[in-house]
Design a binder for this molecule. Structure first.
Ligand SMILES: [Zn+2]
Ligand SMILES: [Zn+2]
Length: 378
């Protein structure tokens, strides 16, 4: 089943007011309530409720308008290519045989929906932005403008079926005469034939092409978020409307920052002296250089939180997560003789030689700020 369009489900336009939405919901929920309409309308009733739940909430509606379904934001894994089903629901009935009321099958058909994947770097996921995705698709034939006919000609009524798209076949059996009817072979059920096909598209009204589509990436977007772009997929045959394009976002890993929810995590290596004495420095973040204070007595594994420098919340862009800096104290590897002398006199002054080490089950650093060491990073 295709993903539903919530506006279509409620029968309202994309700029409907909250009042319109409420009104439409009252009408639709009465129409499809299973107690009134019958149990076969249960799914339809659920769709109406889903639509109302999203569109009546201004934040969810904003997300939905950006192409992300708040009821199913990580749809990437569950894509079921069931679009053929709707297709046959719409057009297949005419071929079902026996449905006497079957009108000719229109030549104009809606294009298929398509899916594409787009890589987005972490910074774009944090702030939002515009990405591009290139798809192999169909565009309207520029020679015939979608009619499929040579310039100046047009489809003619099929002489075999007289335009009905259906032919009857009478056969004599031992039970008597049996009349069967099916789609006309000559016009494939369309009721019309194109005797002068467009040379460029061979009567299909569309040609294969590559197209690059711009995709608005909402701030705070997560890996596997699906964005729906209405009518950005291939155009249909003979001037039919385009299908929808579903873009699955893949957020690329970043060398410096790792995302956990709306927080970003990173490591910071600091010299021994900064750790012991404290130090104020500047670090490069997605928001540019920011002041960072290392407190005196900092230990490996300490966390320094820089508020509001994390990822924007997709439901409320004004709210952002934090940037959490994990401290790693670096033991110097390249001491000169003079520096060794200094450290020895420091050791003597602190009576480090008299320190009696003990083996313990876990490391307990004095005054450690929030033990987090090694949880996220190996
Ligand atoms: Zn053409
Ligand atoms: Zn025909």
């Amino acid at each position: 089943m295709a993903e539903q369009d919530y506006y279509e489900t409620l029968g309202i336009s994309r700029d409907a007011s909250q009042e319109d939405i409420k009104k439409a919901y009252r009408k639709m929920s009465r129409k499809y309530h299973p107690d009134l309409a019958g149990p076969e309308f249960e799914d339809k009733f659920k769709e109406v409720n889903n639509a109302y739940e999203v569109l009546s909430d201004p934040e969810k509606r904003r997300m939905y308008d950006q192409g992300v379904d708040p009821n199913n934001p990580n749809a990437g894994a569950s894509y079921a290519g069931g679009f053929g089903d709707i297709f046959s629901d719409l057009f297949g009935q005419a071929f079902g045989g026996g449905t006497a009321s079957a009108a000719p099958v229109p030549r104009t058909q809606r294009g298929r929906d398509m899916r594409a994947t787009m890589d987005v770097d972490l910074k774009t996921a944090v702030f939002g932005g515009v990405g591009k995705v290139t798809i192999n698709t169909y565009a309207v034939c520029d020679e015939c403008h979608g009619t499929g006919c040579q310039a100046g000609s047009q489809p003619k009524t099929c002489p075999d079926c007289g335009g009905s798209g259906v032919t009857k076949h009478v056969s004599n059996t031992f039970l008597g005469q049996v009349v069967t009817q099916g789609p006309c072979q000559r016009c494939e059920g369309h009721g019309t034939i194109i005797d002068e096909p467009c040379p460029k598209c061979a009567s299909h009204g569309r040609i294969r092409t590559k197209r690059t589509v711009s995709v608005n990436v909402p701030a705070g977007v997560d890996d596997n978020t699906r964005i729906r772009l209405s009518n950005q997929s291939e155009v249909g045959e003979n001037g039919g409307p385009a299908g929808d394009l579903y873009v699955d976002i893949h957020v690329l890993p970043n060398d410096s920052f790792t995302r956990d929810g709306n927080d970003l995590h990173c490591w910071l290596r600091i010299p021994l002296t900064w750790a012991a004495l404290g130090h104020t420095t500047s670090v490069e973040t997605f928001d540019g250089p920011k002041e960072l204070k290392v407190a005196p007595g900092a230990q490996t594994g300490d966390e320094i939180s820089l508020p509001n420098l994390g990822v924007a919340d997709m439901r409320d862009n004004k709210r952002r997560g934090n940037l959490i800096v994990h401290v790693a104290v670096e033991t110097p590897l390249d001491l000169t003789d003079d520096q060794k002398k200094l450290l020895r006199s420091l050791a003597a002054s602190r009576k480090d030689d008299a320190y009696v080490p003990q083996l313990t089950g876990e490391v307990r650093m004095p005054k450690q700020q929030k033990g987090f060491f090694g949880k996220l990073f190996k």
